[in-house]
Write a protein that binds this ligand. Structure first.
Ligand code: F6P
Length: 550
């Protein structure tokens, strides 16, 4: 029994039933499942918004899905979901509400935190962002010397970088191509250097994105950026006011840094960093794509929010995807989950999902403060197809590990590609369909022999198949579709955290490294004796200083 009165997850009858079912299924083959049910390819599909989701190539039967849904019911996933949407403080270790869904709520919605409706504030900030974005885009907002802003540099890290950087890449076809938009995150000075070395300071706007405004990487880069700008333009505070804006929850620290709080775009502690790019954190993106496209993206988020909030368990796509992950992670010992987009524009999508998923569900302590006795979040990884096919797909096809994967593809290419390049889209998508087919059904030794392959090569050319995949197909990669995809994964992660009984909204695991870095720094710079350094780190620091010539 848990301290919160819940039965330990792995002792519930629903969990035990799934374990037994897993044993009974043994090494059930997708070939068999498809042979037994000619309608499987259409029956095991769902739609949400513009997304067509095919889960037929999973190692599941109707019984598996029913048992998984029973587990979700037993762990009250929908109860926690409703508490989240209501604004209850379900992030218990930080005593915070979890309301990224309020960021895309309609103007007339009422969502209360501590008795206050947060929706008017959300829209006031969106309106302020839109006004500012329009002024930058039109040239009305000028720099200190009166020149038009042509470059926007977002300085942030983690959720204050990955979301807007990913979405900017995804929506490039919708951006104002006359603007140069860059993202700086790494405290390695090379990142900032490469981002600004060819820019004219007089035409450059820095967007300093930090929820806390205390993150050392961001504050350091922002300070260097300010130095670079003032060295070139002079002008002190007046220049900073024209070239620096802040996206933050912390007005005090923003002011302390020297940014006028009139140039601050606010968000709130009930928005987690990794759930924040549809808040003020999306300002650089909004400048790039314009307020209308940004709002279209928010509408896309909302479609999936509403679906997650209201669709019954049988047709609830985030619930399904979350439960499939649990099926593999907890009952097949899968350690990782690949996300493989067949769109070049989604090149940063999986990196974004890494933070969303791994910072949310990479936890070994449950909401009750006890260590869990079951696997939690997977390692999330992947890059766009078809590049991955020529790199690591070998291991997915013929390696020894089970790697469930999501394939994301689009019916129509997006952007001004021109006819010749547009024609390449069918080849891209032929690969997309071929891969999930090969992964699921493989190639038997008989099929290999029938091709006249010499006997000694038959085992090498055999594909066992049975590698599970979800296919997500959408008409086109629009702002709305991007919003739908992100919300889908946000809620999938939520479902899994709810079942595993972990707090998906804190991130204590990143703290220790930050504290130690602060402690070690004086040893590197001043050769200070730092207490508590272990023998290995001490020797490494010594070697570093020697190599650094100190
Ligand atoms: O890595 C820890 C973390 O707190 C993330 O959750 C967050 O997205 C990132 O640092 C950046 O934080 P901030 O926006 O406060 O600078």
């Amino acid at each position: 029994m848990n301290a919160d009165g819940r039965t330990r997850l792995n002792q519930t009858s629903e969990w035990t039933a799934l374990a037994k079912h897993r044993e009974e299924l043994g090494d059930v083959q997708l070939r068999e499942l498809f042979a037994a049910d000619s309608g499987r390819g259409t029956a095991y599909t769902l739609r949400v918004g513009d997304l067509y989701v095919d889960y037929s190539k999973h190692l599941v039967t109707d019984d598996t899905l029913r048992l998984l849904r029973e587990l979700a019911a037993a762990t009250d996933v929908f109860g926690l979901r409703d508490a989240m949407f209501r604004g209850e403080k379900i992030n218990t270790t930080e005593n915070r509400a979890v309301l990224h869904t309020a960021l895309r709520a309609p103007r007339d919605a009422v969502i209360e935190v501590d008795g206050e409706n947060v929706v008017p504030g959300v829209h006031a900030v969106l309106d302020k962002m839109a006004d500012f974005a329009n002024r930058v885009r039109s040239g009305e907002w000028t720099g200190h010397t009166g020149k038009r802003i042509r470059n926007v540099v977002n300085v942030g890290i983690g959720g204050s970088d990955l979301g807007p950087a990913m979405a900017y890449e995804v929506l490039r076809a919708f951006t104002d191509r006359s603007l140069t938009v860059r993202f700086v995150s790494n405290v390695d000075g090379a990142d900032l250097h490469e981002a600004i070395r060819d820019l004219d300071p007089a035409e450059t706007l820095f967007v300093i994105a930090s929820k806390t405004f205390t993150t050392i990487e961001t504050v350091t880069n922002a300070t260097s950026a300010r130095g670079w700008l003032l060295d070139a333009l002079g002008g002190g505070e007046a220049a900073v006011a024209k070239h620096f804006v802040a996206l933050s929850t912390n007005a005090e620290k923003v002011a302390e840094f020297g940014i006028d709080t009139a140039n601050m775009f606010e968000f709130w502690d009930w928005v987690g960093g990794r759930y924040s790019y549809d808040s003020a954190i999306g300002l650089a993106l909004m400048i790039a794509i314009g307020p209308d496209n940004f709002r279209e993206m928010l509408d896309g988020f909302r479609i999936v929010d509403e679906h997650f909030r209201t669709a019954p368990a049988e047709s609830n796509v985030p619930l399904l995807l979350g439960l499939l992950g649990i099926w593999y992670g907890n009952f097949h010992d899968a350690q990782s989950h690949a996300v493989l987009p067949y769109s070049h524009y989604l090149s940063k999508f999986t990196a974004y999902l890494q933070q969303l998923d791994m910072e949310s569900n990479g936890k070994y302590v449950g909401r009750d403060g006890r260590e869990v006795e079951w696997q939690t979040g997977p390692v999330v990884w992947g890059t766009p197809g078809t590049n991955g096919q020529h790199a690591y797909y070998q291991l997915i096809h013929q390696g020894t590990k089970l790697i469930p994967a999501d394939f994301i593809g689009f019916a129509r290419p997006v952007g001004e590609l021109g006819d010749r390049l547009k024609a390449q889209h069918d080849l891209l998508m032929a690969n997309f369909f071929a891969q999930t087919q090969a992964l699921a059904f493989g190639k038997t030794p008989e099929e290999v022999r029938a091709e006249g392959v010499p006997e000694e090569l038959v085992p090498h050319k055999t594909f066992k198949g049975n590698h599970p995949t979800t296919t997500i197909l959408a008409p086109e990669l629009t702002p709305s579709v991007l919003g739908q995809l992100v919300a889908l994964y946000e809620h999938k992660v939520f479902v899994q955290g709810a079942v595993w009984n972990i707090d998906s909204f804190d991130q204590w695991g990143v703290e220790l490294g930050k504290i130690l870095a602060k402690r070690v720094e004086p040893a590197l710079t001043e050769g200070a004796e730092v207490e508590g350094l272990d023998a290995s780190t001490k020797a490494l620091v010594g070697t570093y200083r020697e190599l650094r010539g100190r």
